[in-house]
Each structure stands twice: as C-alpha cells, then as structure tokens.
Design a protein around this ligand. Structure first.
Ligand SMILES: C[S@@+](CC[C@H](N)C(=O)[O-])C[C@H]1O[C@@H](n2cnc3c(N)ncnc32)[C@H](O)[C@@H]1O
Length: 462
C-alpha cells in the first residue's frame, strides 16, 4: 500500500508489538506505522499524521477490537499527563512486552541469540517513584501556581493534583507549595519569556523512613525574601521534611538543577537503604528512583558475584554514591570506584566512614580518563561493574574496561539500545555475553533496566 505524503486517510490496522518508546507498532503491506496509546492485539482505526521514508506516525482514532491485555488506567490523568505511557496495559503483559523490547534491541543491533531472561517485576507498582521533578508555571490572569508534568510531546504543563505512582505525601507537599507560594507572591516560571521565579520543585522521598528533601529551583542567583518565606513555611508547617534547599538556575536550559544549592532548613540529604546498607542521597546525587526494585538489582548482582568468586577485586565505574561498591564491599577484597559528580563522591566518603568500611577507594573524575590511567598503571580487577548514563560507554572506555578486567563485566543499563550497541562492541573484541536479566524499575512506562553478565575468560591479553 502506498501512502501519499500529507494524506488524511484513515486505516484499520492490528497492533503487533510495542516499540522501544512504548508506541504500538502496526504493519501495512510491510510498511511500519507507530501508534501511541495502543496495545499489541488491538485492532484500531488510525490516521496518518506524518509520513517518513521508512515508517509513518499515526494517531489513534478508534479502538475497533481491544486487546485482551487492555485494562482501565488507575489514574484519571493517564491520557493527558504523558508520564505513564503503558498504564492501560495489564501489568503482567507490560512485563512480557518489555522483555520483547529488550529482545528486539538485541536482535536488531547485537545478536539474535542473546539470552534475555524474564523481567523481574517491581515489588511496588504504585507509589514507587521516590524522586519527583515538577516544572512550575502560573496561569496568566489569576496567577495561580501550576505544578505537574508536560503533556506528551509538548511543553504544555498539566497541573497534577494526584499522582498514584509517587508517594501520596508528595501530592500534599506540592499542593501546599501551590497555595502557600501564591499567598507569598512567589511567581511561576514562564519558559517562553524566561521570567518568573520558581522553575521546578524537586522532592526526594526516602523509602526507608519516609522523610523528604525538597529543593526549590529558582530562576535567580540568590534567595529572594518570598522564596525564603516559602521554604521556611514548608519546613514549619509540613511533617516529615528532612531538609529544604534552594537551587539556582537562571540559564535558558533544559537542565533542571543549576550548579549551586543553598540549604535553608534541616539537612541537605535523605537516608535510603540498599542491601542492608544506609546511603545518604542529596539533591544532585544519582540514586535509583524505585528503591525496592533497585534493592532487587543490587542483591542480584551481589549474589552473582558471591556465587562465582571468593573475595574478588571490584571496579565500580559510573558509581554515583558508590552504591554498588559499598553494597559489594563485604564480599570483595578491594573496591575501586570512579564517579564524576563531586557531591556524590563526598557523600560516598561519608557513608564509608560511618559504616567503618576500609576496603573502598573512591575517585572523582571522568570514567574514560580514569580507566585509561589505570591501564597504564597496570592494575586489574576480577569484576567491573559498568553503570553508565543512558548514552552508554564510549568505545575507548569499553577498550579500557576490557584491559582492566580479568573475569567478568557486569553492565547495568537503563537503555536497551545503547546496551546492545556496547555489547556488540565488547563481543567483537572477544567478550561473551552470558545473559541479560531485565528488571522493571519503572512500571507503566516504557523504561526498562537491564543487567548483562559478560564473560572475558577467552580474551587474549597481550
Ligand atoms: C546510571 S547512574 C549509576 C550510578 C550508580 N551506579 C547507582 O546505581 O546508584 C550513572 C552515573 O554515572 C555518572 N557519570 C556520567 N558520566 C560520567 C563520566 N563521564 N565519568 C564518570 N561518571 C559519570 C553520573 O553522574 C551518574 O552518577
């Protein structure tokens, strides 16, 4: 079937699978069509909105025959908010489709034979998200503060009063900020004009003790009287606030947090548990947003290493607050970690000191540069944990990781596409992927976390 550019035709198609972005995929005469808000098994009428060289984008017009895996979303805002793309799909089916997403990434980029195991579910499917970052705006006439998420594919702010995937208390905090902020004349930010004071509210909630760290991100380089009043009122009026800080970000940027943060009340961190160790998590530190699911991952990696090694030396690269290194320290002879964010490394140093851990060596800086220096020094590790950001590792970093590691690389990834790319590179250089274990860290979204176990036994190291 030939689709003309700009056509307004509607088509009836059957959705076959989900794309890596959670869009339904249909085929028409071999031609791929992506349709949001659809589920494999749906028969739907769609309208083509954009025709590209190899595929088309379409919008859903009507569900003719729903998939057996469709359910009623538990959040009324699901259709407008854009954060939970898959909430209308039964949770067990979400897990099945996410495994397929990982498999498809492996097949198309790395190898069709890669073993992808069943997805380990999240222990919580509601109230699991322990970090929220709400953009703040305000209404034109009444100057009411708005806080929520952007509509899918737009910068239109959806004012969210209730979000069932984050701790219920966050709704209370946000509601208080909306009301009290307006009362104290705090203005909301306007992206278009770059005017207005309050840009974002970031809340980190501890799963361990339910305390909250609140960060008010302002479009300024100093704390105004109104922001200070708001921060002090929050601390005084609300329960379970561990600390409240102001972060300064007056640049035209998509980054939420600016460089500098000033603590107004309480402590500038919350405490969180992983693998029976207590961590401090600050405003700018990376920490997995779903702590119970993260705990599953850390215990899984620890068990794998325990079952296969006795007191190995471990390199923890892209370490954040050295969560892997610290969790693994009691089964390792030595742990060396590298992380670029100073605040995270400082917090790791604190945690190590408080827990009397003596075998963890911390380094701050760029992972690639550090790995390169280490190869010149000739140090080697039994196991390397690589846990890079979504963009994955550079070929150079992978080369150094191969040189520095004697036995196994455990690659933890939040992006199946870059994981597949990097596994391909490692295997072209002699490594062998044992298997990939997916974990559902983000129920109702298309995101999926993976742990790949990579064996280096057969690499010749001259
Ligand atoms: C996905 S997080 C993993 C953190 C940690 N392993 C954990 O599970 O909590 C990636 C980390 O890599 C750090 N990072 C990003 N690019 C880096 C680089 N070039 N060198 C060193 N660290 C980097 C980020 O600051 C972040 O803490």
């Amino acid at each position: 079937m030939v689709l003309e550019k700009g056509t307004s035709d509607t088509l009836t198609v059957k959705i076959e699978k989900l794309s890596n972005l959670g869009l339904g995929i249909a085929k028409n005469d071999g031609y791929v069509i992506f349709v949001p808000n659809t589920c494999p098994g749906d028969t739907v009428r769609v309208k083509i909105t954009k025709k590209n060289k190899n595929y088309s984008n379409a919008e859903l017009i009507e569900i003719i025959e729903p998939s057996v895996n469709r359910v009623e979303p538990f959040c009324k805002m699901q259709k407008v908010c854009g954060a939970c793309q898959l909430q209308f799909i039964d949770y067990d089916a979400q897990l099945k489709y996410k495994k397929e997403i990982v498999r498809d990434a492996m097949r198309s980029i790395f190898s069709k034979d890669a073993e992808v195991r069943d997805v380990i579910p999240s222990p919580l499917v509601k109230e699991y998200r322990h970090k929220i970052q709400y953009p703040i705006g305000q209404t034109k006439d009444s100057k009411r503060l708005l806080a929520g998420y952007y509509k899918t594919g737009s910068h239109e702010l959806v004012n969210i009063k209730y979000c069932p995937i984050q701790p219920e208390y966050c709704d209370i905090i946000i509601d208080y900020i909306r009301t009290k902020g307006q009362e104290l004349n705090v203005s909301g930010y306007d992206e278009k004009t770059g005017k207005g004071e309050l840009r974002h509210v970031v809340i980190r909630t501890s799963n361990a003790n339910k305390k909250n760290l609140i960060v008010l991100v302002v479009n300024s380089d100093r704390v105004s009287k109104s922001t200070k009043n708001l921060a002090e009122s929050i601390y005084k009026d609300l329960d379970n606030i561990n600390g409240i800080a102001v972060n300064f970000n007056n640049k035209k940027t998509n980054l939420i947090l600016g460089e500098k943060t000033e603590l107004i009340e309480g402590c500038d961190y919350i405490e969180e548990n992983l693998c029976d160790k207590t961590f401090k998590v600050g405003a700018k530190t990376f920490f997995q947003v779903n702590p119970p699911s993260a705990d599953n991952i850390f215990r899984y990696v620890k068990k794998y290493i325990c079952d296969n090694f006795e007191k190995p030396s471990i390199l923890d690269a892209y370490a954040g607050i050295t969560a892997f290194g610290i969790c693994l320290s009691d089964i390792a002879s030595k742990v060396v970690s590298i992380e670029e964010v100073k605040e995270s490394v400082d917090l790791a140093a604190d945690i190590i000191k408080n827990n009397n851990i003596t075998n963890v060596e911390l380094h701050q800086g760029d992972a690639g540069r550090f790995l390169s220096n280490e190869t010149t020094l000739g140090r080697q590790f039994h196991v390397t944990v690589l846990d890079p950001p979504r963009k994955g590792c550079s070929p150079n970093s992978l080369d150094y990781a191969l040189k520095l590691t004697k036995d196994k690389i455990i690659y933890v990834s939040c992006n199946p596409a870059t994981l597949a790319r990097d596994l391909k590179y490692l295997c072209e250089n002699g490594a062998k992927v044992e298997y990939i274990q997916p974990f559902d860290m983000f129920p109702h979204t298309y995101h999926i976390e993976n742990v790949a176990i990579i064996d280096l036994k057969n690499i010749c190291t001259d």
